[in-house]
Design a protein around this ligand. Sequence first.
Ligand SMILES: [Zn+2]
Length: 429
Amino acid sequence: MTEDLSQKVTAWRRDFHKHPELGFREFRTASKAAQVLEELGFTLHLGAKAMDPTVILDYPASLIAAAHDAAISNGGDPKLLPMMEGGLTAVIAELDTGRPGPTVAFRFDMDALPIQEECHGPHRPAAEGFASVTDGLMHACGHDGHAAIGLGLASQLAAHQDELKGRIRLIIQPAEEGAPGGAASIVARGWGDDIDYFIGCHLGLGVPTGKVVARAHLLATTKYRVTLRGRGAHVTYAPHDGRNALLAAATATLAMHSIPPHSHGWFSLNVGVLRAGDEQGVTPSHATMEVGVWSDTVEVHEYVKGRITDILEGVCASAGVELEIRHIGESPTSPQHEELGAIALEAASLVPGVVELEDEVQCRAADDAEVLLYRVTERGGKGIYLLIGSELVDGHHTPTFDFDESSLEMGTELLTNIALLISRRPWTE
Ligand SMILES: [Zn+2]
């Protein structure tokens, strides 16, 4: 990789870092990425062609519109932005070599987090002038780096087009953080149906610079929004007429946090939000809860999900409270392909600076790349989720998070090598 491209990748990362955007609001990031990809000769699929708008839940239109306007004044591409209106920020970019061969897809996320970045002291983005300029938002997970690696990969592949065959698909995905994730909206448009090789990746996650993990097994996750509707009553004149949604929600919370562990695997459950009631003198008539569960096997995940439903239904029935359970996010856990893992390890061994390889690890993290991975595997394709080692300053999702930028070049080289190695393999339909 040329020095010039290496500098460009770092510059892209720093530009995205300086202008963080939340899920389904990555207008500036997506339009800038799309602009680069188009200039490199990739065919773009944007807006409703890239993603199914009905899969975006509950995002207030006013927030999405405000982010769209901000992107226009912040240097987003004025030609491409109109196609992303309404939060349709996914970018699918394809390079068709015109030669028979597999469809190889790489997925990159690009969203930031609602975290106020540390803007003083030794925090490098602050010291070197690329800290977030948007109050309350920050790239604190490395997705700025992922998007930059995606553009570095695109540049490399465009330059090596004559060594490739088949079709390369880059999926720049919105909204990895939170629920619902953006991958489901992309799968709903069929972009996961015809992929022969799928590669998802993440920087860091405890893996040091110079190390690559070919197959990081992620957790299955389900996120719920639960609404309880009881009945308000005067708490001294007619407490017997009340149906207490707050108490039901609190009881269900304690019961869910008491679900016994399962001997076949690990899970973690969290009632992260509980809001209820209006004032002291009235029986609380309503409550909402947000619940997340993460598990390392399908069996354990199904067990916990079943118990959650049983508890909520049981508690609400006994309290006389109406119950509504909505699934607001779901990503499975999927087996990863050994042969593609071996290709990734070979690709990594050719990257300068990579000194340690590991085939498989179990990760205490979820990523909705699994939604794509699962779809690809279900349709007979091969998929992996790679970890690109990067020394971190502070943990993911903290105000002083930063990563070692030398991993950007290693990540770009690694993914380029994977595409080239796949192209060198014999291909029959
Ligand atoms: Zn992340």
